[in-house]
Design a protein around this ligand. Structure first.
Ligand SMILES: NC(=O)c1ccc[n+]([C@@H]2O[C@H](COP(=O)([O-])OP(=O)(O)OC[C@H]3O[C@@H](n4cnc5c(N)ncnc54)[C@H](OP(=O)(O)O)[C@@H]3O)[C@@H](O)[C@H]2O)c1
Length: 350
């Protein structure tokens, strides 16, 4: 017998889906009871259906689960979605209509007016739009989204800066890992020894999602934060971890030391509520002049912190710095799980 909340994973065989399965093993509140994917894999047992790419074995409790089609008849209360965007939109809607809390990684609903796009440390108050979503759409459940992976780390760093100094302009150039493209992802002959200066839709996502997350909910709608973001996104031959070189213009004068202290001392509701997946520090400031680096730093804080370094004056805007985060953990599955923990802690699952 267990009093854990039964959860399902949609897209359980994919890169993000596997990370859900791994991160939910031994979760104190949630237990994976259902796994679902496409008709190609449905009907098989999970261990046979999946091409498992994690460094730990498939959890015993999940190995023999039958992969179900993505229909809203799963025996669980919450579904985590790591579905391909070609299908996620309508599948997630059908689950929310049927009463499930849907925690989505896909882009389809992130920018919908009545769907919260949540990073709990920054905009937990946006969850208060859920009653409006339910009324608008006739949902018994709800859809809560987390950001695109590269947006996550940018927004996390900009959030405290915007609150304290008011961000006016942002330039960001990313170096994104191949695991961000799912499995099998980018062909090896395209990426080995190479950099691909194009990731479809990624720049637009960073430019819009950041402003929604840092926008203000006035009780009726979410107004986007009032600063432009210009993003350039590149795929590089790194397994895990998205790096970002960022320049910002701020309305109020500050120093690199003040920014470092602000980030190092930053925390939010996940830390105050001691949510099970919350990193002790959402932003870790690294001292070394050549850090952070994906190979050495990406798994810090179990992949749930954003790592920042090289904070220095920028001769064009005001300051520049480097960010790094784990794209399939804090940038995807870990972010959804933290959002679900916040929903539970704030009483949205009752
Ligand atoms: N990878 C990242 O770092 C990352 C970060 C943030 C957000 N995301 C987003 O998360 C989602 C999943 O990404 P991923 O990298 O995990 O992709 P992926 O490895 O390609 O996995 C896609 C999953 O969707 C399932 N699927 C595909 N077509 C389906 C259909 N018609 N019906 C039902 N299920 C279907 C696949 O099941 P089968 O095995 O049965 O085909 C698989 O489980 C995407 O929307 C992506 O943009 C990814």
């Amino acid at each position: 017998m267990t009093d854990k909340i039964a959860v399902g994973v949609l897209g359980a065989t994919g890169a993000v889906g596997q990370k859900f399965i791994k991160l939910l093993e031994n979760h104190p509140w949630f237990e994976v009871k259902e796994v679902a994917a496409s008709e190609r894999t449905a009907g098989r047992c999970y261990a046979e259906a999946v091409s498992w790419k994690q460094v730990t074995p498939i959890p015993e409790a999940v190995r023999d689960l039958e992969v179900r089609p993505c229909l809203p008849d799963l025996k669980c209360r919450i579904v985590f979605s790591g579905l391909d965007a070609s299908i996620a939109g309508e599948v997630e809607e059908s689950f929310a209509r049927a009463g499930y809390a849907v925690l989505s990684n896909s882009r389809n609903h992130r920018m919908d007016d009545d769907v919260p796009l949540v990073i709990p440390e920054l905009n937990h108050d946006h969850l208060a739009i859920l009653p409006i979503q339910r009324a608008n759409r006739g949902y018994r459940g709800c859809i809560v989204t987390n950001s695109n992976c590269s947006t996550m780390f940018l927004a996390m760093a900009l959030g405290p800066l915007h609150r304290e100094f008011t961000v006016e302009q942002v330039l960001v150039t990313t170096m994104q890992a191949i695991s961000g493209a799912g499995y099998p992802g980018v062909p090896s002959l395209d990426i080995l020894g190479n950099v691909i200066p194009y990731i479809g839709g990624e720049e637009e996502k960073m430019e819009s999602e950041t402003r929604k997350i840092l926008g203000r909910f006035d009780g009726k709608r979410i107004d986007l934060a009032d600063f432009p973001v210009s993003a350039q996104c590149n795929r590089v031959a790194v397994e895990d971890g998205h790096m970002e070189s960022v320049s910002v213009k701020l309305a109020r004068k500050t120093t690199a030391e003040e920014i470092a202290a602000l980030w190092a001392g930053f925390s939010g509701p996940p830390q105050q509520l001691r949510l099970p997946s919350a990193p002790e520090r959402p932003l870790v400031v690294m001292e070394g002049r050549d850090r952070p680096q994906p190979r050495f730093d990406v798994n810090r804080s179990n992949g749930m912190s954003t790592l920042a370094g090289r904070i220095r004056p920028c001769p064009v805007l005001d300051f520049k710095f480097t960010l790094l985060g784990h794209n399939t953990v804090r940038g995807a599955a870990g972010a959804s799980i933290l959002n679900a923990e916040l929903l539970k802690a704030q009483g949205y699952l009752e």
